[in-house]
Structure formats: structure tokens, C-alpha cells
Design a protein around this ligand. Structure first.
Ligand code: FAD
Length: 284
């Protein structure tokens, strides 16, 4: 449960899922969630906006997680996707569905958005949305953070300063961008602690099970690929089964090391894959 994470009473294990693009895939996602629920995660978060998904789909999935699976759900929302009127409506819907947690994000600029639309958004930064949510809802709020610095930030110090502002505005816990080098995360924890950020921080882990993932999700995240992982991809990239196994082993060893170092939580970017997720959870 998220309360365990907030009390830092044990290391939480949680998953991220995304609303699929097509109707058929959307119908199939509920069976995948059923499988993931068997792994007893502390919470499952559902993204918003990725691949053009709409708030209704995020709310529907979050509601299923909360009610059918009885697992704490987090519904993501972005400043790019919401004006205050839509946000109010969405939050009312979520609260009516018994969802207690949301993730407030700025979002990235969609290709179809003009400069005017993007720069004219009502909530400019995630912290603006956090302030709105604190003033107008009873929802508890998670925020995103970046162990390798957000790509737009002028400097790491600036990024951490804005992260502290976001936490002070009312964020109860943070989830990191995916990373593949735990030392980067440990250094980030030192920086955040020095800045006075004391909320729990969940480490975002994405298993790399195919070479093409590096060209998609990983490039988009801006996360660096250490030599050890690059070698795995070079050695096994052409052999899907070996690559999958080596990628899972890499994620497991990352998680075991994080556990040993007392991480507050592990958030697995599941890519909606229950089998891979199960293979990881069984080994940790
Ligand atoms: P912010 O916290 O607003 O920060 C964005 C940038 O602005 C940073 O460089 C920060 O340093 C700077 N900044 C902040 N405040 C100020 C200020 N007052 N003045 C000047 N600069 C400032 N995207 C989606 O579209 N949907 C999702 O569901 C989604 N889920 C995510 C989940 C996680 C765990 C993570 C790590 C990211 C997710 N994203 C998602 C991607 C996210 O929307 C992007 O990374 C986006 O570029 C930044 O969002 P943010 O909420 O971190 O932004």
C-alpha cells in the first residue's frame, strides 16, 4: 500500500501501466492487470497522454485497479493535457471512483500542438498543478524526478531547486525517470537530501528486453546506457530470447542492489507486460 511507502516502513514494489492505443488492446489490458495483481504490488500507476490516450481511459484503468483489484491506483495527469475546468471534472470523477492518488506532471509537447497552445497552457509547471490540487481536492499527489537531470533544466542545481518547490507545493512522494546505473540514483539521493527533500523516492526501473527498446523508450527518456548494458545489447541484441533473459537479469540485479542500499521503493515500468514483470518480481 502507498501508506507503507509514505511511512517508509518497507520498500514498496509498484508498477506503471499505460492505456493501449487500440480498442482491442484496451480490452485486453484488464486481463494483463489481473495477472500483475497476483504479484501483490503496493500500487499501480496509469499514465496519461502517452500515444494520445485520453483522461477517460486512464480513469477507467485506475478505477479497475482500485475497485476490482483492490490495489492503490495512481492516475497520471499533465499540464499539457488539462485546463483547470477539465482538471476539476477529472478529479471529481477520480474522487467519485474512490481513487486517492494522482501524479501531477507537466507532460511533453505533443507534435500537433502549436507554440501558442503549448506556451498558453493554464498550468505551466507540474508544481502549478500541485498547488491547484492541494487547494481544490483531497487527492494525494506524486511527482516525477530525474536522477540524470530533466532535459530542459539549465543545470542540475536548478532542476533540484524546482523539484524542492514542487515537493513543498504538496507532493507526498516522487517517482524517478528510468535509469540503468544505480550510482546515478545514489548520487541523486544525496543531492535531494542536501536540498531538504525528505519525501520517499521510488526508483524507476525499466527492463530492456529487446535492442529496439533502446531506440524508442530509452532515447525518449534521455537516460544514459552504461557499458555493461550496452555490451549486453551488443552481444544478445540479435537473439530475442537471450536478450530478453539478459535484460531481465540486468533489471533484477539493479533492483537487488537498490534493495541492499535501502531504496524507498521500486517502480517497474512494465510496458504492460505481465510475464516479464512476474519474472522480475519472482527473483526479487
Ligand atoms: P516539471 O516538474 O514541471 O519540470 C519540467 C521542467 O521545468 C524541468 O526542467 C524543471 O527543472 C523546470 N521547472 C520546474 N518549475 C520551474 C519554474 N518555476 N521555473 C522554471 N523552470 C521550472 N508524461 C506524460 O505525458 N504522461 C505521463 O503519464 C507521464 N508519466 C511520467 C511518469 C514519470 C515517473 C516520469 C519521470 C515522467 C512521466 N512523464 C509523463 C513525462 C513528463 O511529463 C516529462 O518528463 C516532462 O518533460 C516533465 O514533466 P514534470 O512533471 O517532471 O515537469
Amino acid at each position: 500500500m502507498i501508506s507503507d511507502l509514505l511511512n517508509k516502513s518497507k520498500m514498496s514494489i509498484s508498477f506503471e501501466v499505460s492505456p493501449p492505443k487500440t480498442e482491442d488492446e484496451f480490452k485486453a489490458v484488464f486481463a494483463k492487470l489481473d495477472s500483475m495483481a497476483k504479484l501483490n504490488p503496493d500500487f499501480i500507476s496509469c499514465t496519461y497522454g502517452a500515444g494520445g490516450s485520453k483522461a477517460g481511459k486512464t480513469a477507467e484503468i485506475a478505477s479497475y485497479i482500485q475497485h476490482q483489484l483492490r490495489i492503490d491506483a495512481i492516475a497520471h495527469m499533465t499540464c499539457v493535457g488539462f485546463k483547470s475546468a477539465d482538471l476539476k471534472e477529472n478529479c471529481e470523477l477520480l474522487e467519485k471512483e474512490g481513487i486517492k492518488y494522482v501524479m501531477a506532471l507537466r507532460g511533453d509537447r505533443p507534435m500537433a500542438m502549436t507554440d501558442e497552445q503549448y506556451n498558453g497552457r493554464e498550468f505551466f509547471y507540474a508544481s502549478d498543478m500541485v498547488r491547484y490540487l492541494k487547494a481544490n481536492t483531497n487527492l494525494q499527489i506524486a511527482g516525477a524526478c530525474y536522477p540524470e537531470k530533466h532535459y530542459e533544466a539549465e543545470s542540475f542545481d536548478n532542476d533540484i531547486m524546482h523539484l524542492k518547490e514542487k515537493v513543498d507545493a504538496g507532493v507526498s512522494f516522487l517517482i524517478t525517470q528510468l535509469f540503468f546505473d544505480n550510482d546515478i540514483f545514489y548520487r541523486f539521493n544525496e543531492r535531494t537530501a542536501k536540498a531538504g527533500i525528505t519525501v520517499p523516492i521510488c526508483a524507476g526501473i525499466m527492463p530492456i528486453t529487446s535492442a529496439k527498446q533502446i531506440g524508442t523508450s530509452v532515447n525518449l527518456s534521455g537516460s544514459s546506457v552504461p557499458k555493461k548494458l550496452a555490451d549486453i545489447i551488443a552481444n544478445y541484441g540479435d537473439n530475442p530470447e537471450d536478450m530478453r533473459k539478459a535484460g531481465i537479469d540486468y533489471a533484477v540485479s539493479q533492483i537487488l542492489d537498490l534493495k541492499e542500499h535501502g531504496a524507498d521503493g521500486i517502480h517497474i515500468y512494465t510496458m504492460n507486460r505481465p510475464k516479464t514483470t512476474a519474472e522480475i518480481v519472482e527473483q526479487i
